[in-house]
Design a binder for this molecule. Structure first.
Ligand code: NAP
Length: 316
């Protein structure tokens, strides 16, 4: 699989990653998923401390039992900063926490569950309204100096939030993980509907796409397969736009002899920002099929045809 460099880091990773949010708790099934990904060329795995309340990281670690040597050739990313309701006392709400203490203890928890000495990348999961950048900087310095985390980034952050953090944090922020798929095109819409009042739905992209390109921050696309809603899984409620988009995706997939998942991933890969899709399917066949996106290159016409279908209107 072709590779890309994560931001300004020395990490050269395959350009499709596997997200482990839905990793099966059945050990054999989980191992089958991970092995399929490795066979397809995926060596970059995205985690978070909260995925299945830590059990996704724990199950993933089973891979070392059969292949301990793999740690050197695998890139592990995890996230911290989201705290679930009731974790400290029954009245504690679902919340965000970028305090020094929480960042340090969350990373230590991830390392323990993943049975590893270091994370290749740590992301701050969702912006914390009470964030003190000095505290984040202190936590990152310590994690970096002790070798527990090699590189740092964010997820779901605006340009302003990134600038605020980067003003204090000594390490370069190399990634911003954001929702992007043919179903959820906000990041792209705002550039296309710039200064117009007829955007079909409001975009809250906040200039993030251009900002990340300008500052060499790799965008990682979460939910790139739109949760299956554009590839065969029926949405809960009838949605004509999804149906039309699925039809265009299916037609293009048939023309090219690949799967709808591969078209969805190829649509993201075609963007010149060198966006890294984090696919979340745990189905071995779908993983292998989605990775075939690496073999094709959509034309400009194909990319815009898919975009038009996804938006449900032609560009202005
Ligand atoms: N930073 C954040 O805030 C954030 C938020 C959400 C997710 N993420 C990351 O992004 C990763 C991917 O997210 P995601 O899982 O929502 O993304 P996704 O890749 O868009 O969706 C995967 C889901 O769609 C299903 N699916 C895909 N194609 C299908 C098809 N043709 N038919 C039926 N079902 C199909 C999969 O089921 P099967 O397994 O059965 O194929 C799976 O449940 C996560 O694992 C996580 O690492 C990050």
């Amino acid at each position: 699989m072709r590779t890309l460099q994560l931001g300004v880091s020395d990490l050269i990773v395959p350009r499709i990653a596997l997200g482990c949010m839905r990793l099966s708790q059945d050990r054999a099934e989980a191992l089958r998923t991970i092995r399929t990904a490795l066979d397809a060329g995926i060596t970059f795995f995205d985690h978070a401390d909260i995925y299945q309340r830590g059990r996704a990281e724990e199950t993933f670690a089973a891979i070392w039992e059969e292949a301990p040597h793999l740690r050197q050739s695998i890139y592990l990313e995890s996230k911290c900063g989201i705290r679930v309701a009731g974790d400290t006392d029954p009245r504690a709400p679902f919340r965000y926490d970028f305090s020094y203490e929480h960042i340090i203890s969350a990373v230590e928890g991830s390392l323990r569950r993943l049975k590893t000495d270091y994370l290749d990348v740590l992301l701050l999961h969702r912006p914390d309204a009470l964030m003190e950048p000095e505290e984040v900087a202190r936590a990152f310095d310590e994690l970096h100096a002790t070798g527990k985390v090699r590189w740092f980034g964010v997820s779901n952050h605006t340009p302003g939030q990134i600038q605020l953090l980067q003003r204090w944090v000594n390490q370069p922020l190399i990634a911003n993980q954001l929702q992007l798929s043919l179903e959820h095109t906000n990041l792209i819409d705002e550039g296309i509907w710039m200064n117009r009042s007829d955007l079909p739905e409001p975009s809250r992209g906040e200039g993030t796409l251009d900002f990340c390109r300008l500052h060499n921050i790799t965008i990682q696309a979460w939910s790139p397969l739109a949760g299956g809603r554009l590839g065969g899984r029926r949405p809960e409620h009838a949605d004509p736009r999804l149906e039309r988009t699925s039809a265009v995706v299916a037609e293009m997939a048939a023309e090219k002899g690949i799967s709808p998942e591969a078209i969805l991933v190829a649509w993201i890969l075609r963007h010149p920002a060198r966006i890294l899709p984090i696919i979340g399917t745990m189905n071995p066949e779908r993983i292998a099929n989605a990775c075939r996106a690496d073999e094709i290159e959509l034309t400009r016409e194909e990319w815009y045809r898919l975009y038009e279908a996804g938006r449900g209107v032609r560009v202005p």
